[in-house]
Design a protein around this ligand. Sequence first.
Ligand code: SF4
Ligand code: SF4
Length: 172
Amino acid sequence: MAINVREKYLKSSDKMSWWDMLYLPAILKGMTVTLKHFLFTKAYTVEYPEQRKPVAERFRGRHVMKRDEEGRERCTACFCCMYSCPADCIRIEAGEVTPEIQSNHPEDKYAKVFEIDLLRCIFCGMCQDACPKAAIFLEGDYELAQGNDRDAYILTKMVMMESESKPRKVRR
Ligand code: SF4
Ligand code: SF4
């Protein structure tokens, strides 16, 4: 009965020919497509972590703090980034610049403490946009896992300045 109903509603062009019912040609056709991709299509995956793909120019990864052309810390502890942060994850303590450390700072205030809680950060980039001194940027580092300890996810100024040990030109 079921077969009769099916045949009633099938158009003659929908009926399978004996060639179709062999199935083998369709399987071979599919395998040819698979083989073509296997041999000639460029792989989009890489064997991470041995291989890494470059991130996009606008990617927002871990924060980096910059120095100016004279090697001084660009951050002047103005708090703009802290007040712009929607996740409330930046903590800054400002310090007075004394004559002994003046050569490392362009103005009379500096960030004695500058910390970002990476577990709260949503990597929105608003701190970077708000900074009037071009001092903080979210760059390409995406390997942020540090273990199970919450304290390990507090990003300190020292870590953020690691890549800035030498004076270099900032991009902006
Ligand atoms: S990226 Fe966004 S959430 Fe993270 S510290 Fe900057 S402003 Fe805050
Ligand atoms: S990083 Fe920029 S916005 Fe944040 S306190 Fe320093 S100078 Fe101000």
